[in-house]
Design a protein around this ligand. Structure first.
Ligand code: MD3
Ligand code: FE
Length: 210
């Protein structure tokens, strides 16, 4: 991805948060192959929110626990509700990438045990929310973007602030920890496009300690 001449490759846009442009770029082929292997065992599916709406983003998980949603609420589960089996194991290249990204942002020793994989097609979005299901709320979250670019919406600790908009491109890593960990955030509706490796898709991996 060609970046603005005026944007540094590392951007600390909020206390405790850091954007690392292109951090995962050299691993793109292996990361995409790993996502596809996970999806072959635990297919992408659109979950229902506690309010009864079907999410536009399709998800799957790998690791000891996966993020799920249904009418009963949002939570982590060791069992995939579709297959009634455990989620696929977290590939070593995932754990290793998340650990290096966290260390580069000042969170040494991060060992994720859950990876949520979001799949966006044109029009899919994620409305402003907080991620508060994780038990150690102090552990950072590492996110990796692949495929089509998206507009990330970054609010503050309340839902009503006008969010900052930040473009996330293929290969970008963002690490969220410390004071920014519980901020509201979301993704604007994905614009149609064609990515050379992923076509009309965007994947986002989020590595967490559940
Ligand atoms: C900030 N995913 O899965 S990643 C999510 O691109 C989620 O699919 C978006 O929000 C996506 O929950 C944004 C960036 C992200 C992920 C988790 C966070 C930002 C975060 C947790 C706390 C603060
Ligand atoms: Fe989130």
């Amino acid at each position: 991805m060609q970046h603005s001449l005026f944007e540094p490759p590392e951007l600390s846009f909020a206390a405790g948060a850091m954007l690392l442009r292109d951090f995962a770029q050299t691993e793109e082929t292996d990361l995409i192959a790993a996502i596809e292997a996970i999806a072959a065992a635990a297919p992408f599916r659109q979950m229902v929110t506690p309010g009864g709406l079907t999410m536009s983003v399709a998800i799957t998980n790998c690791g000891a626990a996966g993020w799920i949603s249904d009418r009963a609420g949002y939570r982590y589960s060791a069992i995939d509700p579709l297959s009634q089996k455990t989620w696929p194991a977290m590939p070593e290249i995932f754990t290793n990438l998340a650990n290096r990204a966290a260390a580069a942002a000042g969170y040494a020793g991060f060992m994720p045990d859950a990876c949520l994989i979001n799949r966006y097609l044109p029009g899919a979005r994620m409305s402003l929310h907080q991620d508060r299901q994780e038990k150690p709320p102090d552990a950072p979250v590492v996110s990796i973007s692949l495929g089509l670019s998206a507009t990330f919406l970054w609010g503050n600790e309340t839902r009503n602030a006008r969010p900052l908009r930040l473009a996330l491109h293929h290969g970008d890593a963002v690490i969220w920890g410390g004071p920014s960990r519980l901020n509201f955030h979301g993704i604007a509706p994905l614009k149609p496009g064609t990515h050379p490796m992923l076509g009309d898709k965007r994947y986002n991996l989020t590595f967490r300690k559940h």
